[in-house]
Design a protein around this ligand. Structure first.
Ligand SMILES: Nc1ncnc2c1ncn2[C@@H]1O[C@H](COP(=O)(O)OP(=O)(O)O)[C@@H](O)[C@H]1O
Ligand SMILES: [Mg+2]
Length: 360
């Protein structure tokens, strides 16, 4: 991890450090609407480099899952990509323009995914071995015998003890941690470039959670996988991710190298998340204890969507949209504060008077 730059070293002309190349996933100006037109994801842009682990954090309802599902072509009914584009690889295949048939060639093959509730993604009436071999036969064009051998290798690689035995078991015979390992084996079986893990460890107990995170890290290093890790837990990001993307009310509010962002958050929301983490509130509706509430999904506000809950808000924050600005060191923040950094002292203007509906 790189060192936190001293504020005095900052120069507007300093080039950002080279991004890991080539990009595996590029999301540009993604808009997702729900319930027939409500904007739930707003102009989300980010890239994910080969072998890079990026953490996507934010309160429940901030748009993390819709962003992931857009990159997998599996948005729930009534939700759709209404703007922007997502490309895979460079030069990229434009996922957002894909037909169903094109998706079949990519989902599960070039992009793998694991979610919070592994049981619901497995067929209860088929052994897990059969489910993995079917994926291998279709996705990697292996013969039955090859797929069987490969399946046992994969079950071993994801840390399942007695993989031969597990092969013949049904989902209900396995624990949550084992099921998540099975799902990870299926997700990486066709050697994807990208693995999306959406709250994949949230439902597991803390020891199993750590083991699964370690497994994801190992697979990433061994296979050069890019990892998009969705979590509401900053401690998970701190341990496992090169970069962190912070989402708030449908928007990216901060993006940058994990060590730098956690050491000196450039957005007050990130700072609030860190404060919550530091008082040990994780695990009990942690993100809800930041005073106030996020705006309703789809609410159109003239200014910053966090302003009502922000301890540093000034009048200007609520008057006009706040752009996501590029900062030094490959960082971005959607905040008007000078250099975007809370380390940079007082805001330029006096705090705004408390407005109606503001958080206490
Ligand atoms: N199937 C759906 N129908 C209607 N609204 C949805 C649906 N899925 C998500 N939303 C809304 O979109 C917003 C973002 O959801 P989501 O991406 O699941 O958030 P997160 O994963 O960050 O908790 C939420 O306000 C949620 O209510
Ligand atoms: Mg979610």
């Amino acid at each position: 991890m790189s060192q936190l730059a001293e504020p005095t070293d900052r120069s507007p002309a300093a080039p950002a450090p080279a991004a890991p190349a080539p990009d595996v996933l590029t999301v540009e100006g993604l808009d997702v609407t729900v319930s027939g037109g409500v904007r739930a994801v707003r102009r989300v842009s980010f890239t994910l480099g080969r072998g890079e682990a990026v953490g996507l954090v934010g309160e429940s309802g901030s748009g993390k899952s819709l962003t992931c599902r857009s990159a997998l072509g599996v948005l729930p009914a009534g939700c759709e990509v209404s703007g922007g584009r997502i490309t895979l690889g460079a030069p990229g295949a434009e996922l957002t323009a894909f037909t169903r048939k094109q998706w079949d060639a990519v989902r599960g093959r070039r992009i793998g995914a694991v979610f919070q509730d592994p049981a619901s993604y497995l067929n209860p009436s088929l052994t897990v071995g059969r489910q993995l071999t079917e994926q291998l036969r279709v996705g990697a064009a292996l013969s039955r015998a090859e797929a069987r051998t490969r399946a046992v290798e994969l079950f071993t690689a994801v840390g399942l003890h007695r993989p031969e035995e597990v092969f013949h078991q049904y989902p209900h015979e396995l624990s949550g941690g084992m099921l998540q390992r099975v799902l990870i084996a299926i997700a990486v079986s066709c050697s994807p470039e990208l693995l999306i893990a959406d709250e994949a460890t949230t439902a597991l107990d803390v020891v199993i959670q750590a083991e699964i995170l370690e497994l994801l890290q190992r697979l990433r290093t061994e296979r050069g996988l890019a990892l998009l890790l969705v979590t509401h837990d900053l401690a998970v990001v701190a341990e496992s991710c090169d970069r962190v993307l912070v989402m708030y009310a449908g928007e990216i509010v901060e993006d940058g190298p994990t060590a730098e962002v956690l050491a000196s958050p450039a957005h007050p929301y990130t700072e609030a998340l860190l404060r919550v983490a530091s008082i040990g509130a994780w695990g009990r509706r942690e993100l809800d204890i930041i005073p106030g509430r996020p705006p309703e999904t789809g609410a159109e506000l003239p200014g910053c969507r966090f302003a009502d809950r922000c301890a540093h808000a000034v009048a200007r924050c609520t008057e006009a949209p706040v752009a996501l600005r590029s900062l030094e060191g490959g960082r971005r923040a959607r905040c008007l504060r000078p250099a975007g950094s809370l380390l940079d002292g007082a805001p330029e203007e006096a705090p705004a008077p408390v407005t109606e509906g503001a958080a206490v």
